[in-house]
Design a protein around this ligand. Sequence first.
Ligand SMILES: Cc1cc2nc3c(=O)[nH]c(=O)nc-3n(C[C@H](O)[C@H](O)[C@H](O)COP(=O)(O)OP(=O)(O)OC[C@H]3O[C@@H](n4cnc5c(N)ncnc54)[C@H](O)[C@@H]3O)c2cc1C
Length: 363
Amino acid sequence: MTVQTRAPLVPFLPDSAPFSPEQRAWLNGFFAGVFSADAPPGATALSAADSAAFLPAPAEEDDAPWHDAAMPIDERMKLAEGKPLARRMMAAMAQQDCGQCGYLCDTYSKAIASGAEPKLNLCAPGGKETVRMLKQLAAELDGAPAPAAEAAAAPKTAPAQGAPGTRENPADVTFLGRFRLNGEGSEKETWHVDFDLEGSGLDYAVGDSFGLFPVNDPDLVAQVLAALHAPADFPIGDSTLEDVLTRDVCLKSPPDTLFTLISYLTGGTRRATAKALAAGGDPDGDAALLDVLAALEKFPGIRPDPEAVIECLEPLQPRLYSISSSPMATPGKLSLTVDTVRYDHAGRTRHGVCSTFLAGRVA
Ligand SMILES: Cc1cc2nc3c(=O)[nH]c(=O)nc-3n(C[C@H](O)[C@H](O)[C@H](O)COP(=O)(O)OP(=O)(O)OC[C@H]3O[C@@H](n4cnc5c(N)ncnc54)[C@H](O)[C@@H]3O)c2cc1C
């Protein structure tokens, strides 16, 4: 005669439980160990890494309820709470899938989480709040290998160096000319701009976008040099300060690190203001409209080391434009329709970097 004993009931957390897959795996392993009749004394649950090794890779998550460019970042991050790192990084992006970073929001976040993309500052429309959130999330990566499922889902490498016309390997095209599309006296300033693609190795199809690396306005560069009290030929690596300010760095929104630098050079209330700005605060209600020049002029008299300032600034990013020509109609040529960005703030006209480059400076 045998006695049938009832198998012990082992609690099991369903997928809908409010835990990350790693936490769920650890807890289910723990429950299995503790509630199993055969568990040897002293049995312990597997580590998260060991449990993860036994888990099948989670199915690709298609749902991204935060993928709404109109949703504020704190709401997006709340919706992504408890999700794997790459998903939370995606929620930190601007959700525009604009391609300016060279990826989509989803693939950029996977590339960062897998370690394939080290740059955290490529999401131009996300601005400083995206950079701040990505830096915070990236702290989870430090020293820890990327979770296997995330690494597998990310692109294997950055775009191939060999292919011309990528962000990493831009091609040279020839500027042919431009003409203004608006009538005399119009408030709008829209330009038709033509390029010759011959010899560039570039090709396109209708509906593609064209990415351009602009250069900064020389007048703005001159004003920044004056605010820094630094000579144009101050050496920065193999280049000069003027050249780096013109071609390499973004003179728009000042990064938090610039205010941190300024906080070391000031005292009293000025230091408190710089510290607050570095922490994302807005002590004087003007943070949204400070560009690099306005940030330097807000703290008159400071003489930061020019190289330290350059190290604080973000790289100048390419801008995308929808191609408004067809290769069938104008083979080898490419046209853009560009709306010029200009607006006044605090007694100074601000010029959009790339649109005014195309509207006037490129020749
Ligand atoms: C896929 C894609 C396709 C695009 N296609 C086109 C196109 O065909 N044609 C086109 O013209 N643009 C297009 N754009 C937009 C283009 O990429 C640039 O963003 C645009 O030209 C502005 O760039 P900029 O460098 O001149 O301005 P920036 O120097 O980047 O300045 C723009 C920023 O200035 C600020 N700003 C602007 N106006 C004001 C204001 N009144 N008050 C306060 N702040 C303000 C805002 O922060 C804004 O983000 C496209 C963008 C994408 C993502």
